[in-house]
Design a protein around this ligand. Structure first.
Ligand SMILES: [Zn+2]
Length: 138
């Protein structure tokens, strides 16, 4: 279960709306208590994908490292990654799976016609062959 506090949630939705019709991406910072995760801050990251960004995002490893460092400085952990799906459902695509890693939650925000529509959180398995839906509260 992952719970996103109202401030980071508002930031994530604003980011996704601003980058529409392109995909946005960012880091979610917070804490983990067993199966329960709490997101207390969101950090916008650059979509580094060189091609059309309407259906693709890419994170640079150095940006992820910086987000991880920022989390630790604020006594939090990097617990997940978010990105948007412009005019598309919040599913976990094959590309998303390939670019995933099993220790993060992956929140996908569906933005339809520029407005927030729905969101899902995904937990990829260890061989990145499938992702399970995680209960998401925001
Ligand atoms: Zn995606």
């Amino acid at each position: 279960m992952i719970r996103i506090e109202s401030e980071p949630w508002a930031e994530m939705v604003a980011h996704a709306r601003e980058t529409y019709p392109n995909e946005c991406c960012g880091a979610m910072l917070g804490s983990t208590d067993g199966e329960r995760k709490a997101v207390r801050a969101a950090i916008r990251l650059r979509n580094a994908f060189e091609g059309a960004q309407a259906a693709r995002y890419e994170l640079r490893p150095e940006d992820l490292l910086a987000a991880d460092k920022a989390a630790r400085e604020r006594h939090m952990d990097l617990i997940g990654i978010y990105h948007s799906h412009p005019d598309c459902d919040a599913y976990f695509s094959k590309t998303d799976l390939q670019n995933s890693c099993p220790w993060y939650s992956f929140v996908v925000l569906s933005i339809q016609k520029g407005e927030f529509h729905h969101a899902n959180s995904w937990l990829p398995n260890f061989d990145q062959s499938e992702a399970a839906k995680e209960e998401l509260i925001y």
